[in-house]
Design a protein around this ligand. Structure first.
Ligand SMILES: Cc1ncc(COP(=O)(O)O)c(C=O)c1O
Length: 376
């Protein structure tokens, strides 16, 4: 079976974990957590970074940091991961879903603009597959309407917009190191607090709703509850694992680019108005090649092609199931018409892409896609 995903393993994870157990220890917020956080601050220019147990928990921490209130609204793409709206819904903040662009499944700035009301306090964007949203438009809207920007860069390590790293744009940005991501520690996340006015609130949110961060920094006699917070520490063992992988980011990114380009070039001749389309990447985006996908004509083709590939031992998947069509969210807002998100849900097929995929395997996948369309 050609697997859809296989996590990257650097080979240094075990060695580093063994030596850390006997040397630096595994206490949370330890040496390797700090090394990972500094890596993102120094390489990508993020302001204050904290590792978190997952990207979902980083979004929860973002909610507590922004302290949004029940009458507030946040605009979130419909075409995104299921947990993204939940921390806000749990806090009774009104989640307003937005459609994606016509040509690429990133949030549509035009639709965001239409959805802004006097109650809108924040916009959360998601860069699909490590390809940047239209940041010029998004940043201008946030500035004009005084909105916080949360940047869901879950899939975006080492991806850029006009040469500026994704994750460095949001007042708060979040990344994932789930085992499906380019760099992983099994489960893990990061929150970057780029708006320095939010640091104090973030520290309270992260450290149990207490002033423990100031207690440690200024040697206070005790720490106590000063607000709302939970425990957002990543396990130090995961941080060590992650640190081993981060050292290889350039190798991982270069290899994924080679694989992505190979797919693109091999499929170019087959793509047409009556078969499928290749992804349209805007020229301001430098992708980290997190995903490779094609879009076919209709849902029927999607299901048939996925079945045909599975019969040929190739694992291909649909992605994402948009929130507005889901059992839980559908019908919750007056306008449930999201034509672009619906179309991407019906027609987008993700093909296998991981560090260990070979050109030979890609050629085999392309051959099967070619046969599928020639048979039709
Ligand atoms: C766009 C996006 N946001 C958030 C998440 C949540 O990440 P995690 O699994 O680390 O909680 C994911 C997970 O795949 C994702 O793709």
């Amino acid at each position: 079976m050609i697997k859809f995903n296989k996590p990257y393993i650097s080979g240094n994870e075990e060695k580093l974990i063994s030596s850390a157990i006997s040397e630096s220890g595994i206490e949370s917020d330890g040496q390797y957590t700090k090394l990972c956080q500094s890596f993102f601050q120094e390489k990508y220019g993020f302001n204050k970074c904290y590792l978190t147990p997952s990207c979902t928990s980083a979004i929860e921490m973002a909610m507590l940091t922004l302290d949004l209130q029940p009458e507030d609204e946040i605009i979130i793409p419909s075409y995104t991961f299921s947990t993204c709206p939940n921390p806000f819904i749990i806090s009774k903040v009104k989640v307003v879903l937005a459609d994606c662009d016509k040509n690429y499944p990133n949030i549509s700035p035009e639709h965001v603009k239409e959805l802004i009301t006097p109650n809108t306090k924040a916009v959360m964007i998601m860069h699909y597959g490590g390809v940047a949203c239209d940041m010029n438009e998004i940043l201008a809207l946030c500035k004009q309407h005084d909105l916080y920007l949360i940047e869901d860069a879950a899939q975006c390590i080492d991806a850029y917009y006009k040469n500026k790293p994704l994750g460095s744009f949001g007042d708060i940005s979040v990344l994932s190191f789930h085992y499906t991501k380019n760099i992983t520690c099994g489960e893990g996340g990061l929150i970057a607090i780029n708006n320095l006015n939010l640091i104090e609130k973030a520290n309270i949110a992260r450290e149990y709703g207490t002033n423990r961060a100031s207690f440690k920094q200024y040697n206070l006699p005790h720490y106590e509850s000063v607000g709302l917070g939970l425990a957002f520490f990543q396990s130090e063992i995961n941080a060590i694992f992650l640190y081993a992988q981060l050292q290889d980011i350039d190798v991982v990114s270069q290899n994924r680019k080679k694989l992505w380009d190979h797919y693109f070039n091999a499929l170019k001749g087959l793509a047409s108005g009556s078969t499928f389309k290749l992804p349209e990447i805007n020229s301001n985006a430098t992708s980290n090649n997190h995903t490779f996908f094609i879009t076919v004509q209709n849902e029927n083709d999607t299901n048939e092609l996925i079945d045909y590939l599975a019969k040929n031992n190739i694992s291909a998947v649909k992605h994402f199931y948009p929130l507005h069509q889901s059992k839980f969210h559908s019908g919750k807002q007056s306008n449930n018409d999201f034509p672009n998100a619906t179309r991407f849900n019906n027609t987008l097929i993700r093909l296998p892409l991981h560090h260990y995929l070979t050109f030979k395997e890609i050629n085999f996948i392309v051959e099967k896609i070619s046969i599928f369309f020639n048979q039709e």
